[in-house]
Ligand binder design. Structure first.
Ligand code: PEP
Ligand code: MN
Length: 337
């Protein structure tokens, strides 16, 4: 249930509602909105009697929340959430692009690519230091050394950095270096990792599980928000289907569907969806047209020598073209809400 407060409500009035809810055994979570505060009632088993709250000082109305997810839901918060990722805003109507290699391989590699993507207009640098690989024999990432390289990339280029966290053990370390902490597709339902992400002071980029429904994805985001972190960016990266012409199938219809259900910003990663370079740019244009709040694109200056995902990495000159076209499409079609 959601208690909507009147405009100009005082802190005491909000505290009064919270105290009433807690006295009745519920947990109440104030949610600041554009011009008024709402209070979400959580952990209620069965319906809550609106009459307990309707007469309280400052209360405007009481709305039943019908979805299993609450904090991520548009029923609870109507206006878009804007996530501030090291100064880059997601969800404000702009179209920031995170670009970089699949994995950080060396300082020279990361810096070369970072300079190229910055020149083309990328807002953030991406690169994995801890890589979730299907085979234990594949390159696993540089670990801490990779994080240190990312920090140097940020200092050198001014680009904030996004990198993946794979487990709770390394979370403290990753969040010290990253401006955005990424949870990958294979960990979308790693609930203890989601809870740890909810305690982080960094924005979380939550990739969709490769066979997750929209509801499962939003429930994963709910885990993060429930622990207190409301800075969550959703990332569609393709789902598993029967096709063989691409690595995954980019589910672009989930963009309007998710944005209808949730106030959280949603970006699209065409690289992991496609798996092959020549599909990446067309999918990026489609994502811009369908109203994505940003993109994540893999770029490598020497993709044939890349230690992971070279086949789907764009050459820097291809990325430059992508940026120009994405910006043009976003100007025409970006405002799909
Ligand atoms: C990545 O972005 O580096 C990655 C591993 O992606 P995903 O989790 O979507 O496979
Ligand atoms: Mn990759």
């Amino acid at each position: 249930m959601l208690i909507v407060m009147k405009k100009g409500t005082t802190e005491q009035q909000v505290e009064g509602v919270v105290a009433t809810a807690e006295k009745r055994g519920y947990m109440a979570r104030p949610i600041p909105g554009g011009d008024r505060v709402s209070i979400g009632i959580l952990y209620n088993k069965g319906s809550v009697d609106a009459a307990h709250f309707l007469g309280l000082d400052g209360v405007k109305e009481v709305i039943a929340v019908t979805k299993p997810y609450k904090l991520v839901s548009r029923e609870v918060k109507q206006e878009n959430t804007i996530v501030d990722a090291g100064g880059v805003l997601f969800g404000d109507g702009s179209m920031p692009v995170l670009a970089g290699p699949c994995a950080v391989e060396s300082e020279e590699q990361a810096l070369t690519i970072a300079r190229a993507v910055k020149k083309a207009g990328a807002a953030m640098f991406r690169g994995g230091a801890f890589k979730p690989r299907s085979s234990p024999y594949s390159f696993q990432g540089l670990g801490k050394e990779g994080l240190e390289i990312l920090a140097r990339v940020r200092t050198e280029t001014g680009l904030p950095v996004a990198t993946e966290v794979m487990d709770i053990e390394t979370f403290d370390m990753v969040e010290t270096y990253a401006d955005v902490v990424q949870i990958g597709t294979r960990n979308m339902q790693n609930f203890s990792l989601l809870k740890r992400a909810g305690k982080s002071h960094r924005p979380i980029l939550l990739k969709r599980g490769m066979s997750a429904t929209l509801q499962e994805w939003l429930m994963a985001a709910e885990y993060i928000m429930e622990e207190g972190n409301d800075q969550v960016i959703l990332c569609e990266r393709g789902v598993r289907t029967f096709v063989k012409h691409s690595r995954n199938t980019l589910d672009l219809s989930v963009v309007p569907a998710a944005k209808k259900e949730s106030h959280l910003p949603l970006i699209v990663d065409p690289s992991h969806a496609a798996g092959v370079r020549d599909q990446v740019s067309p999918l990026a244009y489609a994502a811009a047209a369908v109203g994505a709040d940003g993109l994540m694109v893999e770029v490598h200056h020497l993709p044939e020598e890349a230690m992971s995902d070279g086949a789907q990495s764009l050459y820097p000159n291809q990325f430059e073209v992508l940026m120009k076209k994405v910006n043009a499409i976003h100007r025409i079609a970006g405002d799909t809400q």
